[in-house]
Design a protein around this ligand. Structure first.
Ligand SMILES: Cc1cc2nc3c(=O)[nH]c(=O)nc-3n(C[C@H](O)[C@H](O)[C@H](O)COP(=O)(O)OP(=O)(O)OC[C@H]3O[C@@H](n4cnc5c(N)ncnc54)[C@H](O)[C@@H]3O)c2cc1C
Length: 422
């Protein structure tokens, strides 16, 4: 196999998955991995647990990992441009490449509100954010979270553990709008309210008010002053496409890629939160799932293709399983049925909620609250486009188990399970 000079920008889910995919088939090509954070790779998913003090070590890989991977790590260096055959770094140096991966992830969306830059106002996106918030905590009694997405809910858990009173203000009519429908969100909101969290829906911040150089309150558009010693910005993410733009790659909301994770330049690939990839379920549409699982899956595809394996992605697929204050929640694919040929199968019992979204006789999405034991087999069915009537008919109102899939695929069901648990 001929050697290729490979450069990866990003030391997180997508970048590391790509590096490992490269080494699975190519032990000799020189690989350099660059990241602007000057610390070893860590799990962003665990940042709320660093804030609460439940986890202090968030390392993703053990010491000596780069040597074992025979990769050169350049940490604390920012990539600022992409030339004809070299990546340009902020210190003026250049890294020549035959294949480049842009895995620059995403940044927190920052609302345009007066006072947003005040001390005590922070996103929770990086290790630096988490450490800053942790330092603030001894003087924090009241926190306001702006936004009701995934990061909001994980942060609530951390703040309640620390006995901080929490108010969530969201512009929309419910929490987790991209993951949950009304019924599922209502179960979760009841649980949060029972735990003492105040939830204000259809509420926008008009101004963040401070005194003595620190945040003191959030003034809502309706004129209410919410006491706040800490304000967390959790209004979603923005794909980090700065480098891709500087390098002249085609971008939309993210870096546009095809099913091989190739950008508009055939020698440059993109994966993870920064990439806008073909959607698995909506033909002709693109999507940015913004999840760890998908960043790893895309990184693996990109890595393999950078060394000539020629493996297409099945398409970007959004799936999440999480626990919020003791309630397990899973959401995947489409949470509302497609207009033309969709229908839903809904069941609610004893605080559990289950909604399957179907298009003709295929499952295309699900929302599960409480019992999420079906999440794996349902995801496997969606990913493989299995029809309910295939071989032995499946009743969507009954729980779906891996055993049902084994009937349909034989041992392939176990492959699917291994893949999903990876
Ligand atoms: C608090 C929190 C909780 C989360 N919880 C979950 C969860 O429960 N489940 C889930 O699926 N997802 C969760 N996520 C989302 C998940 O973390 C992301 O989807 C995932 O990290 C994306 O990985 P990535 O490799 O694409 O990018 P990122 O993890 O964002 O990493 C980007 C990398 O690029 C580097 N970089 C960026 N620009 C440059 C540049 N110009 N030059 C050099 N280096 C650069 C950065 O240093 C970093 O190494 C959570 C995220 C947060 C913040």
């Amino acid at each position: 196999m001929s050697q290729r000079r490979i450069v990866i920008v990003g030391n997180s889910a997508a970048g590391l998955a790509a590096l490992e995919a490269v080494r699975r088939v190519d032990n000799t090509s020189p690989v350099t991995l660059v990241a602007d954070e000057a610390i070893p790779a860590y799990s962003r998913v665990l940042l709320p647990y660093l804030v609460s003090g439940e986890r202090l070590d968030l390392s993703l890989r053990p010491a000596g990992y780069a040597e074992r991977m025979r990769a050169r790590l350049l940490l604390g260096r920012r990539a600022v441009g992409i030339g004809a055959d070299a990546l340009e770094l902020d210190d003026g140096s250049r890294l020549s490449f035959d294949r480049l991966l842009v895995a620059t992830g995403s940044k927190a969306a920052v609302p345009n509100v007066e006072g947003i830059a005040m001390p005590g106002v922070s996103a929770l996106k990086t290790m630096a954010d988490a450490l800053r918030i942790r330092n603030e905590l001894p003087r924090v009694r009241h926190a306001v979270i702006l936004g009701g997405g995934l990061i909001c809910l994980l942060t609530v858990h951390a703040l309640l553990k620390l006995r901080v009173s929490v108010t969530i203000a969201v512009s929309s009519d419910r929490l987790l709008t991209r993951m949950l429908d009304q019924e599922a969100a209502a179960i979760l909101q009841r649980r949060l309210t029972d735990a003492g969290v105040r939830i204000l829906t259809r509420t926008d911040a008009a101004r963040i008010v401070g005194s003595n150089g620190r945040v003191r309150s959030v003034l809502t558009a309706a004129g209410e002053a919410l006491p706040a010693d800490l304000v967390i910005l959790a209004k979603g993410i923005r794909p980090d496409i700065e480098l891709a733009r500087a390098g002249g790659l085609a971008t939309g909301r993210g870096v546009l890629v095809d099913e091989y994770m190739r950008t508009s330049r055939p020698d440059v690939f993109a994966a993870g939160d920064c990439a806008e990839a073909p959607d698995m379920l909506l033909r002709g549409k693109t999507t940015i799932p913004g999840t760890w699982f998908e960043a790893v899956a895309q990184g693996e595809i990109a890595g393999a293709n950078m060394v000539g394996v020629f493996r297409p992605s099945p398409g970007a697929f959004k799936m999440n399983v999480m626990e919020i204050l003791g309630i397990a929640v899973s959401s995947m694919g489409m949470i509302d049925p497609p207009e033309s040929d969709g229908r839903v199968v809904v069941g609610a019992r004893d605080g559990n909620y289950r909604k399957l979204v179907l298009a003709r006789d295929r499952i295309v999405g699900a929302v599960l609250v409480g019992d999420v034991s079906e999440a794996g087999p349902i995801a496997a069915m969606i990913r493989r486009g299995v029809r309910l009537a295939e071989r032995r008919p499946l009743d969507p109102s009954q729980p779906i188990r891996y055993a049902d899939l084994a009937v349909k695929w034989g041992s392939k069901a176990h492959d699917a399970e291994a893949f999903l648990l990876k």
